[in-house]
Design a protein around this ligand. Structure first.
Ligand SMILES: CC(=O)N[C@H](C=O)[C@@H](O)[C@H](O)[C@H](O)COP(=O)(O)O
Length: 228
């Protein structure tokens, strides 16, 4: 199944679930990722987002909804699918949508964001989601040709403070600017009410990760509540 820009309509106002376990964690296994993703789909996820080539491959065979794939390399600076090589590997692993760093920061392979998007288009059928950290990033990502704009990196670059919940201010600013591409709310959406607020602030779709698929974090939230 090839996902076209028109096919993105199926994701309008929908929930996308990010299924990620981090290096060294017990659930860091591509089979587990696929099972968690399939469970999220049973619950109503219209798409899933997974990290790592094997995770993309396993998840593609575990679900029938669109798979957003990424490859995290490192954890500082530009680390979400940082180069064209990473992006093409994610596309080749079967991702319908490749999520890439969509900031204006220099990239490790020295390509511009526009060259990266063009390279993905030239070599694959995958759509491109640009993970942005600011309004200026979003404008640049649309100009670069991205199919989807994510607020994924709001609070993780030095352009925005890290809000406790989702950065609804940035979301509303991008959505309100009418840049012509769907804006996906992602990052620190921890409650159903916040997911609803994100849609109301203009999000095309909402990505929730930790609050649905990261038991260690969720357990910590409950434990903290008992201790304070
Ligand atoms: C900044 C960064 O590395 N974000 C990553 C991107 O894929 C993931 O670690 C997040 O879990 C994902 O964005 C979903 O966000 P949240 O888990 O807050 O719902």
């Amino acid at each position: 199944m090839i996902l076209t820009p028109e096919g993105l309509d199926a994701l309008h106002s929908q929930l996308i679930v990010s299924c990620q376990a981090y290096p060294g964690e017990p659930m860091r296994d591509p089979r587990t990722t696929g099972q968690v993703a399939a469970s999220a789909v049973i619950g109503g996820a219209a798409a899933v987002r997974v990290q790592g080539l094997a995770d993309v491959q396993f998840t593609r065979s575990a679900v029938e909804v669109p798979v957003i794939g990424l490859w995290k390399d490192g954890h500082d600076g530009v680390f979400i699918t940082p180069t064209l090589r990473h992006a093409l590997a994610v596309a080749n692993a079967g991702a319908h949508i490749v999520a890439i760093d969509g900031t204006r920061r220099p990239r490790p392979d020295s390509l511009t964001l526009k060259q990266t998007v063009s390279g993905i288009r030239a070599e694959s059928h995958a759509l491109v989601m640009a993970d942005c950290g600011s309004f200026a990033d979003a404008v640049a990502a649309v100009e670069a040709g991205a199919d989807l704009i994510g607020t994924t990196l709001a609070g993780y670059t030095d352009e925005r403070p890290k809000t406790a919940g989702p950065d609804l201010g940035l979301l509303a600013e991008i959505a309100g600017a009418g840049l012509g591409k769907p804006v996906v709310a992602e990052g620190r959406i921890h409650t159903p009410a916040q997911a609803r607020q994100a849609l109301d602030a203009g999000a095309f779709a909402v990505v929730v990760g930790t609050a649905i698929t990261h038991p260690a974090s969720i357990t910590g939230w409950f434990k903290d509540a008992l201790e304070n």
